[in-house]
Structure formats: C-alpha cells, structure tokens
Design a protein around this ligand. Structure first.
Ligand SMILES: Cc1ncc(COP(=O)(O)O)c(C=O)c1O
Length: 390
C-alpha cells in the first residue's frame, strides 16, 4: 500500500492530535535492510535512536542479526537491565559515582565506556563497592586532523596505539575492571550525509573527504586493536560504525560488530545518503487549526528541532500530504507552524499534517507514547522512554 496522506489519516482517524507513530511494517523492512547492509556482522542497537523499550525489544526479538544494546543514559541502562535485557554497553562515559555503582551491580554489570585513566579509576571504585568484575570498553577517536579541518567529532583523546596501551595498562592495574572491548565510531562517515538537500556543492567536498578518510579510519582502528592483542589483551568485541557507514565499516576486518539505530526510523537526515535509502517509519501528526490565507494553513505546535549544529536540516521535514512547504522565515513554531500547501488533499480544521523529525530517537522526547501501525491500522500504543521514565 502506498504511504500517502489518506493511508495514515485513515489509520489514525479519531485519535487526538498531536501524536507520534511508527509504521511497524516499514520498521521491519528497515531492520532487515540494516542487517543486509551489515553483511553478516551483528548489529548492536543504538538505543538513543529508538528510546522506546517495546520497539527495542521487538527488533531484538524478531530480527536476527541484532545483538545487544548500546545505551546512552545510565538510568536507561539500569532500567533495561531490570527488564531482562542483556549485553548492555554504555556508549558514552559515565562519571557520576552513584550511577556507576548502579551500573556495576552484579550479577550483570553493564559494560562501561572509558577513554582515560580517570574514567578507569571511577569505574574501578564503583566495581569495588560491589566486589564485582566490570567489563570496560575503550573509546578510540577516529577523527582526522586535516590541514585546516578537524574531520570528525571531539570525543575520546585516544588516537594512537600508545594512547590505547596507556589506558589498557591503567585498566590492568585496577582491581574490579577488565578491558573487554574497543569502540571506534567514525562519526564523520556514519553521521554526515553526502547528498543533503541543504548542502548544495558542499556535498561534493563531503564525498571527497569521506572517500579519503575510510582507509585512514580503518587503519587507525585496526592498529589499536592489533597493539592491544600484542600486549596480551583478549577483546570480546570491537564496535564500529553507524547507520550511515555500515557498508564501509563492515569492511574493516578488525571490527566484530556494528552499531546502528537511526536506520530503523529513518528520520529526515537519513534521506541524504547516496549509499542507501531506508523508509520513513516514524512520523508525527499535528492538526490544522487556522487558515490565514488561501493555500496557507497554520498547524498547532510542531517545533521539534533536532540537536546538533543549528540549521534548516535540523527542522522537522514536512512529510504528508506531499507538497507541504515550510516558510523559511518562520520554520517550525513553538506553538504554531504555518505551511504552504496547494495540493489536492483537503485540509479542514483538525486535519492531520504529517512531519518527520530530523533525527530518530529525539522524536520520543516530545511524546509520551507511540502508536504502532501495521497494515493500515493502529495495533498498539506503547510508552516512549519519556512516557515511562520522564
Ligand atoms: C557511539 C555511536 N555509535 C553509533 C552511532 C550510530 O547510531 P545511528 O545508527 O543511530 O546513527 C552513534 C550515534 O550517534 C554513536 O554515538
């Protein structure tokens, strides 16, 4: 069935707006496509890009190829563990001693992310509180220091085998912790679209930079993994990549598992990659509340701007009916969003207009529940993290 305005308007008829929904049939297709793109390597699900326990569970349980979770908030990881989810990796360092103590609680401590001796010390102290043995993962920076351009993100200070060995030695010297894994996330390849409709000619520069970066990124990650192996560290996993880089990351033989999450919802920013196209599986609906002029409709709310460097690419993208346009001087508003629309779909007061968030999981920060649709009707309403945990 074509996913047009009529399809979703009918499926959601009678529901109070605003609302957010996930099309389970498209989500399933996206999950399967991600597994195919991963080329046989397991995918650790990046929970920040979903933020809904029910959907996380659904993907893990129904799509072979997804294995384990990369969490982004310590309280989240603890709650997921309480719900029986296993193989949890914190994707980012935690420094709050109480949160660390919770994460380290036996019998199944969460794997903690570290990139310096201080992180190791904090983790070891928390582990020792429980007499636990806590697995650590070393975050390796894969940014490239090019002339006049830092091509990547600022995360970890660990860039060389020597840097990695230094942290590995700190881990080996600490009671209660051991080095279980390495993560090297090539954000400049996975998270930067190379065919963004907002970037114009800049896309060409991005493509050239990305083409040139792959080899260096793989070499850096592989060299660090090799140095750790030579030093006698036996790693259980090496994680890399994201939705935007599965094809290239999987080709790095040092990588044992990939990370991905955004491709499940495939939000607006992920329309901008040449290598793949997933389907828009998540959207939100806001109602028409007034008609200020012919061809112009004003909608309630809608200002769900995505994080990151601010720009028009971070605004929700009008989705359905096809042909809806935002006004550049107004964007999406805190309480009202005017749109221009001259197409054939009637938009009376109260009618839904559908938007896609620029990013994946952030949609769930604005809604307490998600309506799950399948075969053109709502089959379930499930809480988002915000709805469950605030
Ligand atoms: C460490 C790490 N790995 C992987 C990802 C990729 O996630 P996604 O597939 O949602 O882009 C991210 C996203 O920011 C990340 O921070």
């Amino acid at each position: 069935m074509p996913r047009d305005h009529a399809y979703y308007a009918k499926a959601l008829e009678g529901r109070r707006l605003p609302l957010a929904f996930v099309d389970l049939d498209l989500l399933k297709d996206n999950a399967t496509a991600l597994v195919r793109r991963a080329g046989g390597k397991p995918i650790r699900l990046a929970t920040k890009s979903v933020r809904c326990v029910s959907l996380i569970r659904r993907v893990l349980e129904t799509v072979p190829g997804f294995q384990g979770l990369m969490c982004y908030r310590p309280d989240e990881a603890v709650r997921l563990r309480e719900r029986g989810l296993t193989n949890l990796l914190m994707g980012y360092p935690v420094v709050d001693p109480e949160a660390l103590a919770e994460l380290c609680r036996p019998p199944s401590p969460v794997t903690l992310m570290v990139d310096c001796a201080e992180h190791v010390e904090l983790a070891a102290r928390a582990a020792q509180r429980h007499g636990a043995r806590v697995p650590l993962c070393l975050d390796v920076d894969l940014s490239l220091d090019l002339p006049g351009l830092w091509f990547g993100v600022y995360r970890s200070p660990v860039r060389t085998p020597e840097d990695a060995l230094k942290v590995a030695r700190a881990i080996a010297a600490s009671e209660g912790v051991f080095l279980a894994g390495v993560m090297g996330y090539e954000a400049q390849l996975a998270g930067v679209p190379d065919a963004s409709p907002f970037a114009g000619m800049k896309n060409l520069a991005v493509r050239a930079l990305q083409r040139g970066a792959v080899r260096a990124v793989h070499a850096r990650r592989a060299a660090i993994v090799r140095a750790l192996a030579d030093a006698g560290v036996s790693l259980s996993f090496v994680n890399g990549g994201g939705t935007g880089s599965l094809e290239s990351t999987r080709a790095d033989a040092s990588v044992t598992e990939l990370a991905a999450g955004s491709g499940l919802f495939s939000p607006a920013l992920f329309d901008g990659y040449r290598m793949f196209r997933h389907q828009p599986a998540a959207a939100f609906a806001i109602p028409v509340t007034r008609r200020p002029a012919p061809g112009i409709f004003t909608l309630q709310g809608g200002g769900f701007v995505a994080s990151g460097a601010a720009g028009p690419d971070k605004l929700p993208r009008p989705y359905l009916p096809e042909g809806v346009r935002l006004f550049p001087l107004e964007g999406v508003g805190e309480v009202q969003t005017p749109i221009a629309y001259e197409g054939p779909v009637p938009l009376p007061l109260g009618a839904p207009v559908f938007f896609r968030h620029a990013k994946a999981g952030e949609l769930c920060e604005h809604f307490r529940t998600l309506l799950l649709l399948s075969e053109g009707r709502v089959v379930e309403e499930v809480p988002t993290y915000r709805g469950e945990w605030g």
